[in-house]
Design a protein around this ligand. Structure first.
Ligand SMILES: [Zn+2]
Length: 128
């Protein structure tokens, strides 16, 4: 038994924005837990969206230690390794981060390493 597929559409919460999020579902319960409001990427993180007026972005990641608790009582948590995460985050969650032109494996770097990712737009020269 398969239900008919429907689409649940949510417009961006930013006034005047025309972006729409579409979620396919077959039963109403598929939408349980889905927020009724949604904000598009451009309006939720405007500083990250490159545009003719925002031509450069920078993100700084650091290596965060990750521990697991010991099974034995009284033993301290054990260090599992280091993972990339935003500089201001409490922990990292990526063993590898990559993007166009780079690939960085956390295991290859010592604690304290920072990864600085920059993106810069170069507009074509304006015709006079
Ligand atoms: Zn928007």
């Amino acid at each position: 038994m398969t239900g008919r597929r429907r689409t649940y559409a949510r417009p961006c919460s930013h006034t005047g924005c025309r972006e729409v999020s579409q979620i396919e579902y077959t039963a109403r319960r598929d939408l349980e837990g889905v927020s009724k409001t949604w904000t598009c990427r451009h309006h939720s993180k405007p500083d990250e969206t490159l545009s003719p007026t925002n031509q450069e972005t920078e993100a700084i990641l650091t290596l965060h230690p990750s521990y697991i608790n010991s099974y034995r009582e009284g033993e301290p948590p054990r260090l599992v390794g280091y993972f990339w995460g935003p500089q201001d985050a409490e922990k990292g969650s990526h063993g590898i981060v990559s993007g166009p032109g780079f690939w960085a494996e956390a295991k290859n770097f010592p604690p304290g390493t920072r990864l600085i990712v920059t993106a810069r737009i170069e507009l074509p020269d304006e015709e006079a």
